[in-house]
Design a binder for this molecule. Structure first.
Ligand code: HAM
Length: 420
């Protein structure tokens, strides 16, 4: 038997209503915040991610689905959306169409990670990116937008951690300071951190290995070493969050796993998840546009994992969408009645009802059981008697009543009943 690829999921019909309801809610909120949807291809040139996210990041160095196509071009299934959004923004010259662009997406992404609860190889994110302003108000708006989605879903017990990773001006002397702190005990750090020491020492602060966490306990903080501009920016972001009454925790060791960040970074975690507890991450990336040969474009954004969100919703018993119910089940008995069913279904469907019949030649009893299984509100029974009288036997399933309704009145009768 051919099975699905490890780390991928089928989203079954009983699960899709919850997905669709979540997507609809996201779209409504994005609309209120004036973000517009941008869709990009599922694959891109590998170079986009290597340059955009950073060669030394886990994503680029070990997690990308990269392959040569028949023309020997190196392509990659997109592992995140920020670089593709920036690529599309530059390529389509969106900067020339509006002074600022507020964009959102809901998209499948691919990372060859070790699958576990909340960590998949194909997963989905929704996210938003504000391109074209360095204003700390935009950072705060992005964080507020994220939390608005989570609050309107009804999620509880989330925590927001924020930090500033500065810019190249303040980061490079800090890197040296951090390396000086780490060097005497470098051999006690995990192999990953030892590898990061030269090229990307900041990522050592983010290591979850308990030994490294302990070793990092007294590491110097970048927030104590920010340049004046970055410091002012960070203060303004925090002021805005306070004005919006958004609780947050400052985590001076929060360093995200992608190299494009400058200044603000943040993560939102849920206590309902295990090891993979981040439902959302984001931050500012003022230099990504330059990295991709575009015009200077300060930008800030976030992305949230849909599967993780849905896991939290399930744990917290949040249902955005009541289970689907069928309006009308048409139970037909005998050849003559059966001939009429599709015609009646079409009339009912045209009138706006969801309607179904039996395609398996089952007994009336079995058809009633099927109507119950599909939680039909009404059952229309059509047999030889009904055909003779030009009337349906109509069962009101919630009330347990049965009536006789003339064919030409049945649609208005059902509409009337539906209002009650
Ligand atoms: P990220 O932290 O790599 O950031 O991913 C954001 C979220 O996507 C995570 O918090 C998590 O919920 C979800 N996620 C990531 N990997 C997986 C996986 N393998 N399985 C399931 N869920 C996953 C970014 O992708 C940045 N582009 C965010 C951003 C946007 N920064 C600025 N703008």
């Amino acid at each position: 038997m051919i099975k699905k690829i490890k780390g991928t999921q089928d989203i079954l019909p009983e699960e899709t209503p919850q997905w669709v309801a979540l997507e609809n809610l996201i779209r409504r909120i994005m609309d209120r915040y004036n973000f517009r949807e941008l869709r990009t291809p599922i694959f891109e040139q590998t170079q986009l991610f290597a340059r955009g996210i950073g060669q030394l990041t886990d994503i680029v160095s070990k997690e990308m689905y990269t392959f040569l196509d028949r023309g020997k071009k190196q392509l990659t299934l997109k592992p995140e959306m920020t670089a593709p959004i920036m690529r599309a923004y530059i390529e389509n010259k969106l900067y020339a169409k509006a002074p600022m662009n507020k964009l959102f997406y809901i998209a499948p992404l691919f990372r060859q990670e070790n699958p576990q609860a909340g960590r998949l190889r194909q997963f989905h994110q929704f996210g938003a990116e504000t391109l074209g302003t360095p204003d700390p108000l935009a950072d705060a708006e992005i964080i507020d937008l994220t939390l608005t989605v989570f609050n309107e879903i009804g999620l509880k017990n989330l925590s927001l951690r924020i930090n500033s990773v500065g810019d190249p001006v303040c980061r490079s002397p800090y890197k040296k300071q951090l390396q000086d702190y780490i060097l005497p005990k470098l051999d006690q750090y995990c192999p990953d951190c030892q590898r990061r020491y030269e090229e990307n020492p900041l990522r050592i602060l983010d290591c979850k290995n308990p030994t490294c966490v302990e070793l990092n306990r007294n590491a110097p903080k970048l927030t104590d070493n920010l340049c004046d501009d970055c410091n002012r920016h960070y203060l303004k972001v925090k002021d805005q969050l306070k004005l919006l009454s958004i609780p947050f925790v400052e985590d001076p060791y929060l360093v995200r796993g992608l190299d494009y960040y400058t200044r603000t970074v943040f993560e939102i975690t849920s206590d309902a998840l295990g090891a993979q507890n981040a439902i959302c991450g984001g931050g500012r990336y003022d230099l990504l546009a330059n990295e991709l040969s575009g015009p200077e474009t300060p930008a800030v954004g976030f992305a949230a994992g849909m599967e993780r969100l849905l896991m939290v919703m399930e744990q917290q018993k949040i249902q955005l969408q009541a289970p689907a119910r069928l309006d009308v089940f048409l139970a037909a008995l005998g050849e003559n009645a059966k001939k009429e069913t599709l015609k009646w279904l079409k009339r009912l469907r045209t009138a706006g009802f969801s309607a179904e019949t039996d395609f398996l030649d089952r007994s009336i009893k079995a058809q009633m059981r099927e109507a119950n299984r599909q939680k039909a509100r009404f059952v229309l029974i059509l047999g030889d008697n009904e055909l003779k009288q030009n009337r349906f036997s109509v069962k009101l399933m919630d009330k347990g009543e049965q009536l006789n309704i003339p064919f030409d009145e049945v649609i208005s009768f059902l509409k009337e009943q539906n209002k009650k």
